[in-house]
Design a protein around this ligand. Structure first.
Ligand code: CMP
Length: 386
């Protein structure tokens, strides 16, 4: 099968899996509503059992496929033992466990004598499959792993605060007659409800000191959750930045324009460039407009509409540099003729980069001359604002 057909088949398979998940999960959930079950019980049960059957079959196929996927189709010497080991490794992986949870409980419950109505509750486990289709979960898991120490530290602080507040509540309220403060475990419920600012209102301190403690607990609780949210937010930002940097680094390292630079310089350049995915037919640069950035083409193709006719630029090419060099408006419009990956360089970073990379200056200068343009990259100290 050619790569295009493979891509199409994979897309179709993913869509089919999405439909199966929606239909199966919907049927398992709606089947528990008595009014709906009374009218559509047969169809819902048929959909639930079909989904269960398909998930069991999918698990079996993935298990058999695991050794081939892991070894790239070759399980090597001692093939049987090796294949078994690879099967086990996949089965114990997070995705393998999710597929197991989706495939086994419902058929197992049926085979142990549960009624279909009772067994379909296990269909809720199919929701776990969403993890498989949501790459962002990988990001969440990574952030939690990276920030585990800080989160654990805040969690321990949280537990200590809860105990202290529960003990304070017990000491201040035990003689007041207020319900629920007769013991530290009893007051712990009040402490949890107060620190999390849930406030059911089932336990209320009667003394002034008890209420004061409650007020501090609420404010402290908000601060604690803010701290937790802050740790997670900065963890996410760091992880996204790291991924973007790796992606840009790879794109930059592959471009002939930067291939002569060492790894450290490529890293420096990658920090300045912002990758952009641009759909086909989009005008990236418009003639006559002021320019505040230039673009390097990592993948795809653009068309420059010059006065002498269209010029096509492909991977490794660049455009938009003239407005930055001369301070004049854009000399031509540039439109993507295919889906393209561009690396955007802002004017301030352009100046910094040119000042530190004489090789790059020479390349851009030569390209401008080749394009038949009068402009030339000025010396580092002559570019305005450098
Ligand atoms: P700028 O003038 O900033 O914006 C339009 C860009 O099109 C220009 O920079 C060049 O990068 C590019 N460009 C202009 N003329 C040509 C040409 N003849 N060949 C290739 N690219 C060009």
């Amino acid at each position: 099968m050619d790569p295009v057909s493979v891509g199409r088949a994979a897309r179709l398979f993913r869509r089919g899996q999405g439909v199966l998940l929606i239909v199966g999960l919907g049927a398992a959930i709606l089947g528990t509503v008595p009014e709906i079950d009374a009218g559509y019980g047969f169809a819902l049960m048929a959909a639930t059992l079909s989904a269960a059957l398909l998930y069991a079959a999918e698990y079996a196929v993935r298990l058999c496929q695991a050794p081939l996927d892991a070894a790239g189709g070759d399980t090597g010497d001692g093939a049987a033992a090796n294949a078994f080991r690879l099967c086990l490794r996949w089965a114990a992986s997070p995705l393998g466990l999710i597929d197991l949870a989706a495939a086994v409980p419902l058929p197992l419950a049926l085979s142990l004598g549960a009624t279909p109505q009772a067994a379909r509750v296990f269909g809720i486990l199919w929701a776990l499959k969403l993890v498989r289709y949501t790459p962002a979960f990988g990001l969440v898991a990574r952030v939690l792993r990276n920030e585990a120490r800080a989160l654990f530290g805040v969690m321990v602080g949280f537990l200590i605060a809860l105990l202290a507040i529960a003990t304070g509540g017990y000491l201040l309220e035990r003689g007041s007659g207020a319900a629920g403060f007769g013991s530290i475990p009893g007051a712990l419920w009040w402490a949890i409800v107060t620190v999390t600012t849930t406030g059911y209102g089932d336990l209320i301190p009667a003394t002034f000191a008890g209420r004061l403690l409650g007020g501090f607990a609420m404010i402290g609780g908000i601060a604690l959750f803010a701290l937790w949210a802050g740790i997670l937010a900065s963890g996410f930002a760091q992880e996204v930045r790291r991924r973007d940097f790796l992606k840009t680094w790879n794109l930059v390292a592959r471009m002939p324009l930067f291939s002569t630079l060492g790894a450290a310089t490529i890293a420096e350049v990658a920090r300045l460039l912002r990758p952009l995915e641009v759909a086909e037919g989009r005008t990236v640069v418009r003639k006559g407009q002021p320019g505040d950035c230039m673009y390097f083409i990592a993948a795809g193709e653009v068309e420059v509409r010059t006065e002498t006719g269209p010029v096509t630029l492909g991977p490794g090419g660049f455009f938009g540099e003239l407005a930055l060099m001369t301070g004049e408006p854009r000399t031509a419009s540039v439109t993507t003729t295919a889906r393209s990956t561009l690396l955007q360089l802002d004017v301030a970073d352009f100046r910094g980069l040119m000042a530190g990379q004489p090789d790059l200056v020479r390349i851009i200068d030569a390209e401008a001359a080749r394009r038949g343009l009068a402009a030339s990259v000025p010396a580092a100290d002559a570019v305005p604002g450098r």
